[in-house]
Each structure stands twice: as C-alpha cells, then as structure tokens.
Design a protein. Structure first.
Ligand SMILES: [Zn+2]
Length: 475
C-alpha cells in the first residue's frame, strides 16, 4: 500500500487512470484480458490499493507513442479541471478549467458527430469536429503536433542558412536557483533578464562583431533537486562559418553581459553553467522534437513505481520534464501533480519558440508570418478524406474504453478504410455502453413510485393533522 496520501480532488485511482474505475467494474465481462504496462509481472492488485496506470490489452491495443500522449492528456485533464485562482489584481475574474480538459474530448460547438480524416500521403488519421486546446505547455497531444511543425520550420531555416554560407551555434542560458524559489520568481526574472540582455548596446556590439544574423529561442522548464529550472536554448545564426575557437570567444564575450543582465533582476549564476555555446546544427530542432514526443508511458511508470511504493515523491530526484512530472502524477505521485499544475499556470501564455526580429524574413522568405499554435493544430491537410463518422453516443463509449488513440490507429492500419473501426465500435459498444443522458426532469420508474408513496403518506398525515385545530376552533 503506498504511503503517499493523494490530496483532495487530485487523487487515488482516478489519477492512475481516468477510466480505471470503469475498467475495474467491467472486468468480469471482458474478452481481452488487461495487463499493466511496463515489464513488471506484478498482478494489478486493485483491492490492495494498487493503481492502474497504462492499460494495454494483450493484442497490443493502446500502446505506442500516440496512445501514451492520450493517456498523459487524460491525467492532465484530471489535474487541471479545478480552475486556477484569479490574478491578485483582478480577484473578481471568473476562472474556468484549463482548455486541455476539453481537448479532443467534447464535440466542438455546432458539430453533431466526430469525424475521422485520413491522409494517404502522411499515412495519418486525425479527428475533426472535436474541441482542441492548442496548448503547447499543457497538452501532450497538441504539443506533439505543434512542436513537430515548428521543428520542421527550423530545419528549413537551417538549410537556408547553410545555403547562404552561414553557420549556427547552440547556446544554453541558465541561472542559479534554490529548491525554495517559486517558479514565478525565477521565470519572470529569467525572461526579464534575457529581454534586457538583448536590448543592451554592448550585446548589439558583440552581435555585430561575430556577424550574428539573429536567433531562435526555445524556453524549457525542468524540475530537479534544486527546484524549478527554467532555461533557454538559443540557436544563434551567423553570417559566416565560425571555427570552434571563434565560438569559444563568442561565449566568453557574451557571458559577462548575461551575468550582469541577470544580476539586475536579482539572479546569479556560475561560469560553468550560466552560459554554454556549442557549435551544432539542429539542436533546437532536436529539442523540439524531443519535447513533442514526451516520455514513454511504460518507462515513466517503471521510473516512478519504486518510489511511490516507498511513499516518496520522485520530484527532486533528477531533471524531470513537464511530461515526466505528468506521468509521475499519473502514477499517483501527487507532489508531481501539484508541480505540473504550478508549471501550467506559470507558462500558459508564454511563447515556447521566439524568432528574433528579421530572422524569418531572411531565412524563410516564403513563410515570414509565423503561424499561431491554434493555426497549426487546425491546419488542413491537402489530400485527406473523410474516413468515417462517430456519433456522440459512440464517442462516449470510446472515451470510456480509453480508445481515442486506438480508433486512429485502426484507420491508419486499414489505410483509411472504416471496416476495422466499425468492428471495434461494435465490440466496445457492448463492453462500454454509452451513458444515455436522461431527459431533463425525467425520473426512473422506481424513484417515481417511491415519490408517489411518500406523497401519499404525507397527504395522509396532513389530512390527519389538519382537522385538529379547526375542530378545536369550532368547539
Ligand atoms: Zn490539446
């Protein structure tokens, strides 16, 4: 029995798997046996307080990176359902659950069915007619799509830079922080210091000296032994090819400027970690791709299992990415769940990727205006066609069966044909019958009969009580 006590509202088996309760209760009538993900041979001990995390049927459903992302999204939905508190200067502001709670979960306004489109060129299926959140920070599903497209753009920009005879270097900016520092303090200070650095005349002189054309900045948070660690990866683009020695000189010239900019906002750093510049192509793009992929659910599960059993949180052990925090929260590490909420609250609205002014025009003249995250998520694919439609009742069954990723997989396996999905739907509609929403005001027969009897008894009592005073009055 884990000694970790889940906090109210973020707890227990719910977090382990949102639909785990439904799965447990339906265990008897199931045709495909369920196993826990991961290599563990431990049987799932539901009665003993064990937690279902990833659930995989033996024929391999619901596994793979996309299924992992949907599972992680399920955890995010549970964690972010309670709205954040309003900002202190606007205490009356009405706050809502985070948009990730509706993402690919509820039908979009005006749509009557969920549509599945398939693109033969990409070999990918996707949903339409559902709400989406376009949140690169909170939603593993949207983040994967957005970062994949942004990484492609950086790849193109680097190709273009190489064609022009330029080169690139990969810089990492960090500041020192302590375990007790709040994320808001470190993040706000860090971003202000970076803005201040890039506006300094001395920085502009360094830029000119090394022929810097511009930069692409990616913001990344991790959580480790010393608390929150927001840092930035910056891809510097140079007009010529610089040698390793020149890159080292660039770093040596840049470091004092970064140190003094950070000091202005009360932040300190060490020479070893404050700034590091490496000559490398594609590092930012690799980083983005990595962010989009997220951790493998089964690996995260393995990673967290031992600690949870001993009642310890895995937060603080190593540098955990937000998705690793989310996966740990899914394994009932409530402290990681709290950290994930804090991270989403502080990072929402911040740009993950920033191009310095003029760089896009120079390297990507055809796509000078950067698409927003929402545009990337809603982007149409040229060759896609409608593979099939899912009614809202069937969609409820799919959600209960944790089958959102599975439907897409089946469409892809069948190269856009609906046959396998139709079979799958027929099966899960029996295993997970959709909830039939009761008409407003309609009561079940048993409840109605009970009410009628109660009313009759009440009327009988009233009839007996009521005549007394009047009878006394008459007398
Ligand atoms: Zn989303």
């Amino acid at each position: 029995m884990p000694a970790v006590v889940p906090p109210v509202g973020v707890g227990g088996g719910e977090l382990g798997h949102p639909e785990s309760a439904a799965l447990r209760s339906s265990g008897g009538g199931r045709t495909a046996p369920l196993v826990l993900t991961g290599k563990s041979a431990d049987p799932p001990s539901v009665a003993g307080g064990g937690v279902f995390v990833g659930i995989v049927s033996k024929n391999g459903e619901n596994c793979g990176p996309r299924a992992d992302r949907y599972l992680l999204q399920n955890v995010a939905r549970k964690l972010l359902l309670a709205p954040f508190s309003p900002p202190p200067h606007k205490p009356e502001k009405k706050m809502y659950p985070h948009a990730v709670c509706s993402c690919l979960w509820w039908l979009a306004r005006g749509s009557e069915a969920v549509e599945v489109y398939y693109s033969p060129a990409r070999g990918k299926a996707r949903y339409r007619g559902l709400m989406t959140c376009s949140s690169v920070w909170a939603c593993p599903v949207c983040a994967s799509h957005i970062t994949e497209r942004r990484a492609e753009e950086i790849r193109l920009a680097l190709d273009s830079l190489r064609d022009k005879g330029g080169s690139a270097a990969f810089a990492t900016f960090t500041v020192s922080h302590a375990h007790e520092d709040a994320l808001k303090t470190v993040l706000d200070g860090f971003l202000a210091a970076f803005r201040y650095l890039t506006s300094k005349p001395s920085y502009k002189r360094v830029r000119a000296r090394y022929g810097v054309l511009g930069f692409v900045r990616v913001l990344e948070p991790t959580y480790g032994r010393n608390g929150w660690h927001p840092h930035a990866h910056v891809l510097y683009c140079f007009s010529s090819s610089l040698s390793a020695a020149e890159i080292q000189c660039f770093e040596d010239d840049l470091y004092p400027l970064w140190e003094s900019a950070a000091a202005r906002y009360g932040l300190s750093m060490s020479r070893r970690y404050g700034l590091e510049v490496k000559k490398a192509y594609g590092s930012v793009e690799e980083y983005l791709a990595k962010f989009g992929r997220g951790p493998r659910w089964d690996i995260s599960r393995e990673m967290t299992k031992g600690h949870i059993k001993q009642g310890r949180s895995i937060a603080g052990l190593k540098h955990l990415t937000p998705w690793e925090l989310l996966a740990a929260a899914g394994a009932d590490d409530w402290r990681c769940g709290k950290l994930f909420r804090e991270y989403v609250e502080r990072f929402s609205g911040k740009a993950q990727l920033y191009w310095s002014p003029g760089l896009r025009a120079l390297l990507l003249p055809d796509v000078v205006v950067e698409a927003t995250d929402a545009e990337l998520v809603a982007e149409a694919v040229a060759d896609e066609f409608l593979s099939g439609k899912i009614s809202s009742a069937e969609w409820e069954s799919i959600k209960r069966a944790v089958g959102r990723a599975e439907v897409l997989r089946l469409v892809e396996v069948a190269a856009g044909s609906w046959d396998m999905v139709a079979e799958y739907l027929a099966r899960i509609l029996i295993e997970f019958p959709p909830f039939v929403p009761r008409q407003r005001g309609a009561l079940s027969e048993g409840f109605r009969a009970m009410l009628v009897q109660l009313h009759a008894e009440q009327a009988e009592r009233n009839r007996w009580v009521a005549p007394l005073p009047s009878a006394a009055g008459v007398a």
